[in-house]
Ligand binder design. Structure first.
Ligand SMILES: Cc1ncc(COP(=O)(O)O)c(C=O)c1O
Length: 398
């Protein structure tokens, strides 16, 4: 038999989904597992949004739509981007896709040729690396340091640029660290992109989840040149608790939007009609549910950060956004817990899952050994109980 595709065989499964699946399988066996593994709001989709989906079915809105999205959704995206973030786009610059993950893949497909380098600050979200590799691109990792709030400095970026650099993959607020780029930092990075003609894919999916009064800053704010080099990726999954509806979108130049729309027309055609109508309601309807969720997340973050830092051997930054805490676990390396030697983050996460029945993702999944990611997209009750269990187990480390 001839081998399957070289690129395809390099792909690893999503470690976060795998871990969550393991936790769910343990739950199905009747074990009381608390999962901090998945990046999904625990809130329900607000009712008026669900109702818009039901109405779409009742009205038989069930046929193909334009591949890049229905006009009223593109219009709603433009309106939201302008009102919330001051970003000016026209509907022909918007492509609606099956989740932000799909928008990212469209963006990489539009920009990457074999051998092109994509600068990727780490720790980074799991799918970027695999999507880049699948397209024949070369991820170039730049370590965003814990002491810098897990954001890449302009100097680090400059040092990573080569003649093959094509794209910078930027994610602020970040999954997995919650790190947020400051305006000053972004300006320095934007200037370098313009100087070297490097495109930016700006994953802004957590833009509405910021804490401590922080205001969202997009790299597109620093002039038309950087805006034209940037594909903004966003969606309704995180802000409106709509992960399963699968609606994401890009905002870019007309030229790039046309190319991505054409790509999508051959890959998936339009995102689901019902979901598109629900997303119109999400974006145009009342926005108070976002603030209610944000306030609740901020409370949970405050609790989690304080608790993690109170556990001997564990420490973490105070993340400015998203819903993750990225804890430093290096103090446990070389120690033993219940007879199990901890050599790395995967060992520690395995022992926490097996012995404390708490699912946490090892940093290596995000190209960052020495850390583990807790998601606080879980109830306060579960956060308290889960962290108590982790604390009790880690106290046994010798
Ligand atoms: C940074 C980041 N980008 C994109 C996505 C994908 O979002 P969607 O569910 O809309 O595909 C996620 C989801 O976990 C994410 O954390």
């Amino acid at each position: 038999m001839k081998p399957i595709s070289r690129r395809a065989s390099q792909i690893s499964p999503s470690p976060t989904l795998a871990l969550d699946a393991k936790a769910k399988a343990m739950q199905a066996q009747g074990l009381d597992v608390i999962s901090f593994a998945v990046g999904e709001p625990d809130f329900n989709t607000p009712e008026h949004i669900g109702q818009a989906g039901i109405d779409a079915i009742k009205q038989n809105f069930t046929r193909y739509t334009p591949a890049a999205g229905i006009p009223d959704l593109k219009q709603a995206v433009c309106q939201r981007l302008k009102t919330d973030f001051g970003q000016e786009y026209e509907p022909n610059q918007i492509v609606v896709s099956n989740g932000a993950k799909h928008s990212l893949y469209n963006s990489f497909t539009a920009l990457i040729d074999e051998g092109d380098e994509v600068i990727l600050p780490t720790p980074c979200w799991v799918s970027y690396t695999e999507q880049i590799k699948l397209l024949g691109g070369v991820p170039v990792f730049v370590e965003a340091k814990e002491e810098n709030g897990f954001v890449m400095t302009a100097a680090q970026f400059e040092a990573a640029i080569t003649p093959k650099s094509k794209v910078l993959m930027l994610n602020s607020p970040s999954n997995p660290t919650g790190g947020v780029y400051t305006a000053e930092n972004l300006k320095g990075i934007a200037d370098l992109c313009v100087k070297h003609g490097i495109y930016v894919i700006a994953d802004e999916i957590y833009a509405s989840l910021l804490y401590d009064g922080l205001k969202f800053v997009s790299i597109t704010e620093f002039g038309d040149e950087i805006k034209d080099l940037t594909i903004v990726v966003n969606g309704v999954s995180k802000s409106y608790a709509m992960t399963g509806w699968r609606i994401g979108y890009t905002a870019s130049t007309v030229e790039l939007a046309k190319i991505m729309g054409d790509i999508q027309s051959h890959m998936t055609s339009n995102a689901g009609n019902i979901s598109q109508k629900a997303a119109v309601m999400a974006l145009n309807g009342p926005q108070d549910s976002i603030e209610a969720m944000r306030v609740e997340f901020e409370k949970r973050r405050n609790y989690m950060v304080e608790k993690v830092n109170s556990i001997p051997g564990l420490s973490c930054n105070n993340p400015g956004g998203a819903f993750y805490v990225f804890a430093n676990i290096t103090n446990f390396f070389g120690k033993t817990i219940r007879g199990i030697k901890i050599n790395n983050g995967t060992d520690l996460c395995n022992v926490i899952l097996e012995e404390a029945k708490v699912a946490v993702v090892p940093g290596i999944a995000f190209e960052a050994e020495g850390f583990m990611r807790f998601s606080y997209a879980n109830s306060m009750e579960n956060i308290i109980e889960g962290l108590n269990r982790v604390e009790a187990l880690l106290k046994e480390a010798v």
